[in-house]
Design a protein around this ligand. Structure first.
Ligand SMILES: [Fe+2]
Ligand SMILES: [Fe+2]
Length: 160
């Protein structure tokens, strides 16, 4: 199971909290990939789950961050650029993931996602909370409160 650190609620402004809850689920994906590789689960089973999770959860999450956060910072902001660069890397890693993936590819994706979530939680979001106007932060919070979270389940829990 995930470590205590993964379960501990992250201190976050209420406005950005919906994104942080999605990050918590993203860290569970990291755990499941690593657990699948550790248990020598056929990589196709893990890849199929990753592709499903990507379509249901991660791709919409990335789109939400890009559409809501990008307009709030100057294009030259290095934290914004890091977010965009890491999104592009993870998108490519997911689209390159085949049924015949090597375990290494899955672990590289898990690491990139883990690092990306921690970067947003520890650097990007605190920076936004400290620098955005109250009005912009509230507008972002309102837009996020309207978002629907997918609730479908996956029938092959290989990580158990
Ligand atoms: Fe992101
Ligand atoms: Fe994120």
């Amino acid at each position: 199971m995930p470590t205590e650190q993964h379960r501990k609620p992250i201190k976050r402004s209420p406005e950005l909290a919906p994104l942080s809850r999605q990050h918590h689920d993203g860290l569970l994906l990291v755990f499941k990939i690593k657990q699948g590789v550790r248990k020598s689960i056929e990589t196709g089973r893990i890849s199929r789950y990753v592709h499903w999770y990507w379509l249901e959860h991660l791709a919409p999450h990335f789109e939400l961050e890009e559409s809501l956060l990008t307009p709030l910072l100057p294009a030259s902001n290095i934290l914004l650029q890091q977010m965009q660069r890491e999104h592009a890397l993870i998108r490519k890693q997911v689209s390159d993931l085949k049924e015949s993936a090597e375990p290494r590819q899955l672990l590289d994706l898990a690491k990139a996602l883990d690092d990306h979530i921690r970067f947003e939680e520890r650097e990007l979001f605190p920076y936004m909370e400290a620098t955005l106007s109250r009005e912009n932060l509230e507008k972002t919070g309102e837009a996020l409160s309207d978002t629907k979270i997918a609730t479908g389940t996956w029938a092959d829990p290989f990580w158990i």
